[in-house]
Ligand binder design. Structure first.
Ligand code: ZN
Length: 325
């Protein structure tokens, strides 16, 4: 499948104006967590409210096909989630990961949004896309739901682009404050996928050291000490991540967009500002313009201060819109 021709954006733009796509579904609000849990319904409500005034192509996220999930997870993982799904109340998977009756519908919509976003961006229907979804995905390992995550949304989107669309190189870029251990696990031995992730260290889940580099040297971990601010973060990404991303020349960039590195976030101790999230998004879009005709699919991961989350997600999507025009 190497050598697949992707439609150039300029050719499509001559016949219609394309906008950044926003993919979401009300089912993502039906994944309910116990009172006081940080990964709560209000997160997505705040993000969607903040995005309301923006000029976007609004897309109803489909349910993922089972095959989309099975590209990265064994059938047993899916069966276990189905078997334990509660008829009411909650099922506790681990210390902080729960399912409620609506969780699997939400998880299938979250994964389906990411797959559909890849289809739209690779098919020339949108220059770039943001998936406003929950549950998040980057902590879900091959056969383990964890860290509020059930399916590896970013990784399964990458595999969909590689296996279904026949791409040769896809990058997953993760700036959530927590290490994307799940994405790393799911893409660890795939030379076609470059994973670049910065995270606070030490911090849960404890992985993400610089010497974790993947089977083919296809993983770049950038640990950041507690209290790292915007200037330090920017130079780390400028010095390490961006040159690596440019030399890999991905045909698609997938962003795991977590906003919990924000200085107001209650779960971690990095000191990024809303402007820092705009900056990193603009830089990633600039690289995407250079190497892959601007193709970016971004998906929501963490972010637990509702005000900071909404403002940062809005700043992120505004940069996607700027890059698309
Ligand atoms: Zn996080």
């Amino acid at each position: 499948m190497y050598g697949i021709r992707l439609p150039p954006r300029s050719g499509i733009a001559s016949v219609q104006i394309m906008k950044t796509a926003l993919l979401t579904h009300a089912d993502c609000l039906s994944h309910v967590t116990p009172t006081g849990h940080p990964e709560r319904v209000a997160r997505l409500e705040h993000v969607l409210h903040a995005l309301e005034p923006l000029d976007l192509t609004r897309v109803t996220a489909p349910l993922a096909a089972e095959d989309d999930i099975l590209r990265v997870h064994p059938k047993s993982h899916l069966e276990e989630l189905r078997r334990t799904l509660p008829a009411d109340g909650y099922y506790q998977i681990d210390g902080d990961t729960f399912t409620s009756p609506g969780s699997l519908d939400a998880a299938f919509r979250a994964a389906g949004a990411c797959v559909k976003a890849v289809d739209m961006v690779l098919g020339g229907e949108a220059p770039n896309a943001f998936c406003a979804i929950r549950p998040p995905g980057h902590h879900a390992e091959t056969d383990t739901a964890m860290g509020f995550c059930l399916f590896g949304n970013a990784a399964l989107a990458a595999k969909h682009a590689l296996d279904h669309h026949g791409l040769s190189r896809v990058a997953v870029v993760d700036f959530d404050v927590h290490h994307g251990n799940g994405t790393q696990d799911l893409l660890w031995d795939d030379a076609r996928a470059l994973t670049i992730t910065s995270q606070q260290m030490p911090l849960w889940p404890g992985t993400g050291r610089a010497d974790e580099t993947g089977v083919h040297g296809n993983v770049l971990n950038i640990p950041l000490g507690p209290d790292t601010g915007g200037a330090e973060m920017r130079s780390a990404w400028r010095d390490q991540a961006f040159p690596r991303l440019r030399s890999f020349r991905p045909e698609l960039i997938i962003i795991s967009a977590g906003f919990d590195a924000h200085q107001d976030d209650p779960l971690a101790q990095l000191n990024w500002s809303t402007e820092d999230f705009a900056w990193i998004t603009a830089e990633l879009c600039k690289i995407a313009d250079e190497v892959c005709d601007g193709r970016v699919v971004s998906t929501l991961e963490g972010g637990y201060d509702l005000t900071a989350l909404a403002a940062s997600a809005k700043a992120h999507v505004e940069e996607l819109i700027k890059a698309a025009t």
